[in-house]
Design a protein around this ligand. Sequence first.
Ligand SMILES: [Ca+2]
Length: 285
Amino acid sequence: MKARHSNWQAEPPAPPLEDSKIEARWGRRFRLPGMAILVASVAMAATPEYTYKIVHVYPHDRTSFTEGLEYRGGFLYESTGEQGHSVLRKMKLETGEVVQEIKLAPHLFGEGITILNHEIVQLTYKTELGFVYDMATMKEKRTFIYNGEGWALTNDGTQIYMDDGSAQIRVWDGATLREKRRITVHDDNGPVEQVNELEWVAGEIYANVWQTNAMLRISPADGRVLGRVNLAGLLTDEDRKGRVDVLNGIAYDAAGKRLFVTGKWWPKLFEIQLVPKNLAPKQAK
Ligand SMILES: [Ca+2]
């Protein structure tokens, strides 16, 4: 090992190239400052950035430690976390009124949900136990197991996408819940870790990143980050009085093309539209 080790010794740094040598290597038209600007602008263009516009504000139960959120036919379905407090519930979007709810066993910590073929699929955090419920009755139909932590779910109508807090999204067969492949969420800087709540939006996966205000637009084909949305500033200082936790929860009304976001213990749920950052109005100083 010692002999191999010496191969890893850093070589002395190469002496800086003189300008004339740079020009000889790259040609007169590609002096370094120009190249730096070119490279920087390519890197900046690689991941489009977005801000947002609030379209509507709805109430959200500030005792809900939101872990999974999905929209179907005028109702929001929400799975909440924390041992002893985890529930699966159906709520009216406009009022937040709970119309149906089941409680999880006290030792379970509810996590992501998704609705496929009139069934609600739900993860738990560290217990490697999943549930499948009838969507109409919320009665448990069966359970399933998976490896590792359960964070979030979404689906494209056929396949289910599941994440575990890493940069990986597992792709499951929607019928068998067996893993088919994985994709790694990544941008120009490498893998993006702690990908949390997921939502299928018009052929892309949207995901918020735990403990940040970032929501990513991800290619389901290869995990590439197609866009980055800065959701900072949704809650006012007044909203933040009392207990609030991080952004978590994305739901999409595919028929109405409405995008909803909320957070753990947030008093509000927001319908938002994404705005390309270069089109956003300048903030007043
Ligand atoms: Ca969701």
